[in-house]
Write a protein of this length. Structure first.
Length: 302
């Protein structure tokens, strides 16, 4: 998650493109790699395990992941897929969001609406560039044990590509795009609301006080947690990406996957894995906001 602005935005300020610093792109990629290589991937694996096996509690899911390789089981899909995704998605988001935010402001939109549009389009660009395929490969890595024949991730992906081409290995990319789009819009909206509320409570109504680092971290964590309202989209995405299970319909799209999940798991099935996903959102916030801000100050790349 990108850090929130540290002060109010002047709607009358001259409209300018946000400069894209290559040092910030490098720093963002490094932070993303650190995040996913520490607690990020374990949360991701646990979230995917629960979404793909909706009868499992968080304890049972963790036990099953452990059985697949001990502590290394929680890092399935890290190399190379999560690393490829982490090192590229930040740059895609920054370039796309910057351009669309500028275009929206030039067309007369407010800073808040322009920020939402920038975040949404940046999230969609992430999905259709690197995240769609990498997310698919990570899910295959976590769920391939459900297949009757034990095959490597590369073999599973190769067979799917031979049968269905690029459409097959990008199956579920539309769900990824919806998730990313709503993720960024929600995070921005909820976090801005939380920041305004925190400032109002701490400094009083009508205060123009600049939010402190603590204020911004607290509001970003709130935004990251509340943005998990779209967990049903994530469960549908996992169902589309995971290795085919017996009895599941051959032709699967977002609507068919939703019907299959409801038929087998009810409404609660759409919220499986939401707890580790909240943990993932909080950890991403700590890395990208708290640590990121401090490193940008240290290296002078603000």
């Amino acid at each position: 998650m990108a850090p929130l602005p540290s002060g109010p935005v002047d709607p009358n300020a001259p409209i300018q493109r946000k400069s894209v610093s290559y040092s910030n792109l490098l720093l963002g990629a490094t932070l993303n790699l650190f995040e996913v290589s520490t607690l990020g991937q374990p949360f991701e694996v646990l979230k995917t395990q629960m979404a793909a096996n909706r009868g499992q509690s968080i304890v049972v899911a963790a036990q099953n992941v452990w059985k697949r390789g001990g502590p290394l089981g929680f890092f399935q899909g890290l190399i190379p897929w999560a690393w490829i995704e982490a090192s590229t998605k930040g740059a895609v988001l920054l370039f796309t969001a910057s351009e669309f935010e500028y275009r929206s402001r030039a067309a007369g939109a407010s800073p808040f609406v322009s920020g939402l549009i920038g975040g949404m389009t940046g999230g969609i660009a992430q999905a259709y560039s690197t995240m769609g395929f990498c997310t698919f490969m990570k899910t295959v890595e976590v769920t391939r044990h459900k297949s009757a024949v034990k095959e490597s991730t590369f073999k599973v992906a190769s067979d799917i590509f031979k049968r269905e081409g690029f459409r097959g290995i990008n199956k579920g990319v539309n769900a990824v795009a919806v998730r990313q789009c709503t993720n960024w819009a929600s995070r921005f909206g909820f976090a801005r609301w939380a920041q305004d509320t925190i400032v109002r409570i701490r400094y009083g109504e009508g205060s123009n006080a600049v939010p402190t680092l603590t204020d911004r971290v607290m509001s970003s964590i709130v935004g990251g947690a509340l943005s998990c309202w779209n967990q049903p989209i994530e469960v549908i995405r996992v169902e589309l990406h995971q290795v085919k299970t017996p009895g599941r319909p051959e032709k699967m799209n977002i609507a068919a996957a939703a019907k299959w999940i409801y038929k087998n798991s009810g409404v609660s099935g759409f919220y499986k894995g939401v707890v580790p996903r909240i943990g993932l959102g909080v950890w991403q916030t700590v890395c990208m906001v708290t640590i990121g801000d401090e490193l940008r100050k240290y290296f002078g790349t603000n």
